[in-house]
Write a protein that binds this ligand. Structure first.
Ligand SMILES: Cc1cc2nc3c(=O)[nH]c(=O)nc-3n(C[C@H](O)[C@H](O)[C@H](O)COP(=O)(O)OP(=O)(O)OC[C@H]3O[C@@H](n4cnc5c(N)ncnc54)[C@H](O)[C@@H]3O)c2cc1C
Length: 505
């Protein structure tokens, strides 16, 4: 074990909240370290529905503060990262005698259009589903619909771009590093962190500790900090299924289920449809969460209430599950627990301060980080002003509406790229796609091909720039090419990644 210099801020957790806080803090001039025990976004932050949304449903629970803040963030985040975030239109079908009266939905959407600082996103409209192509895949029962705007995000990439930017600004960002214990010592934190690959432990010092471990927040308080009787978050599982493309329309659907819950069917990764999600209390280790048969049945059944061609189990090509770390506000039903975030600063008699993060959405992560920085300023002295609104995440330095133009630029520079490949690279890496491809002049210059359009040049970039250490990191978080590679291709990639990582060590 070795002793290190003192960091101003030490963040535990490399999900969206931890990475967002680390980025904001280092940009204000604090010295920052962050430890993530697995891969970035391997917890809840890659298992979401991937919406940058106000949360129409939360209006029913009078969460006006949250909805307004989230609505306002839609265009701020889109401008920050127009490669991994983009607008999407949602079609909300309804029929007479449905769950919610049309006037209520109209009122919700009126608020949605008017309280959220909308500038570029188009407003709500009403559709005649007997004529509109959006009606085609649905049962004839749905003759009318509302169409409204929200945003889409590649959640796992949003996390890693925050981590990358924090590192570029000087933060020490550690993947696969588990915080084993943290104790207060002479007005500072002594944090023991273990490299999960080598088992080597290191003790780091910090002035303030941020516990941004999402669904692990209470476990970390109990296990690493030795607290008793901790119960701040309610763990609520949510699962999604991915099926082969159910419809061609680029719009997503918002379905209301007979149990009062809502669900989305979203065009996904060009060839697929994403359907989710569920809401049920969860008691186990968040790392072990997986979709249950009952959830699969529920999702298939609920989607089949709408699609004229029913959704069946055998159509499922992939599924994923994650745990929401909802602040425990005592709500009786999982779907009613607040989606708002709560920050608690613990600072007693000159002892080193601890900031706990409870709850939070991807959509509000930047605002959550700003609030965290206010707490950090209060705890150890303010540095720097708010700066992240108007900033760009790596590769996001092009106008919000210019994705197509970026694709054209990339195709001009690398004419040998297939159109779909160029589109995928700009979606993932934005303006950095050209740095990734470097001097390549033909497909052969991209190196070994692992399957689909994944070549060594991209894998090497992900290892060198984005902390990828396993095939899984590449296939399911940095990209979604796991949907396209065969088991043999995946095994090949695993060998390559391990070899490259060992060679670099
Ligand atoms: C089903 C579902 C759908 C959702 N849909 C949306 C949506 O559409 N839009 C939206 O805005 N939000 C959505 N959310 C909410 C959003 O995904 C989460 O609120 C957010 O990802 C939580 O991020 P986090 O950083 O707090 O937690 P996490 O992403 O879980 O990050 C915590 C990290 O801490 C690490 N960690 C834990 N213990 C330690 C330790 N001892 N040492 C080091 N690291 C540790 C974990 O490995 C983990 O990576 C959804 C959530 C779910 C579950």
């Amino acid at each position: 074990m070795s002793e290190q210099a003192v960091f101003d801020v030490f963040v535990i957790g490399g999900g969206i909240n931890g990475c967002g806080i680390a980025r904001d803090a280092v940009g204000r001039g604090y010295s920052v370290a962050l430890a993530e025990m697995n891969d970035f976004a391997s917890g809840t932050s890659s298992g979401s529905t991937k919406l940058i949304h106000g949360g129409l449903r939360y209006l029913e629970h009078y969460e006006f503060r949250l909805v307004r803040e989230a609505l306002m963030e839609r265009e701020v985040l889109w401008a920050m990262a127009p490669h991994v975030i983009w607008p999407m239109r949602f079609v909300l079908p309804y029929h007479k005698g449905g769950l919610r009266p049309a006037w209520l939905i109209r009122l919700g959407l009126f608020l949605y259009d008017h309280i959220g600082g909308r500038k570029l996103l188009p407003p709500t409209s009403t559709l005649d589903m007997t004529r509109n192509p959006a009606g085609e895949p649905l049962k004839r029962l749905f003759t009318k619909a509302f169409e409204y705007s929200d945003g889409w995000v590649d959640d796992a990439r949003l996390v890693v771009l925050n981590a990358r930017d924090a590192a570029d600004r000087g933060a020490r960002i550690m993947a696969r590093t588990r915080v084993v214990s943290a104790r207060r010592q002479n007005g500072l934190w002594a944090i023991e962190a273990e490299d999960t690959a080598t088992g080597i432990r290191e003790v780091l010092s910090a002035r303030v500790l941020v516990n941004a471990t999402g669904p692990w927040v209470d476990r970390v308080l109990a296990e690493a900090l030795g607290k008793k009787d901790v119960h701040n978050v309610r763990l609520v599982q949510g699962s999604h299924i991915v099926i082969r493309k159910k419809f061609d329309d680029p719009r997503a659907y918002f379905f209301q289920n007979p149990d009062g819950r809502i669900m989305f069917a979203i065009p996904y990764q060009e060839d697929f449809t994403l359907i989710g999600t569920t809401d049920r209390d969860y008691a186990g280790n968040p790392a072990d969460v997986h979709i249950s048969d009952a959830e699969i049945d529920y999702l298939c059944k609920a989607a089949s209430e709408y699609f004229s061609d029913p959704v069946t189990k055998d159509e499922i090509v992939w599924s994923y599950s994650a745990v929401r770390p909802l602040y425990d506000d005592g709500a009786s039903m999982a779907q009613e627990a607040t989606r708002d975030y709560v920050l608690r600063l613990e600072r007693k008699n000159g002892e080193a301060p601890l900031l706990n993060v409870f709850g939070g959405k991807l959509t509000t992560y930047r605002r959550l980080a700003e609030s965290a920085l206010e707490n950090i300023g209060e705890a150890i002295g303010t540095k720097g002003a708010r700066w992240t609104a108007g900033s760009r995440l790596p590769g996001g330095d092009f106008p919000a509406t210019a994705y197509e133009a970026e694709v054209e630029k990339l195709k001009m520079r690398y004419p040998f790229l297939a159109a779909s490949h160029a589109r995928r690279l700009v979606r993932l890496y934005g303006t950095l796609a050209a740095r990734l491809l470097g001097p390549a002049r033909s497909e052969a210059d991209l190196g070994r091909r692992f399957g689909a359009d994944l070549y060594a040049v991209e894998v090497d970039w992900l290892i060198g720039q984005e902390w990828a250490r396993r095939a899984e990191d590449v296939l399911w978080r940095r990209t979604k090419l796991g949907l396209k590679l065969s088991p043999a291709e995946t095994a090949d990639l695993e060998d390559y990644v391990r070899g490259a990582v060992d060679a670099a060590a």
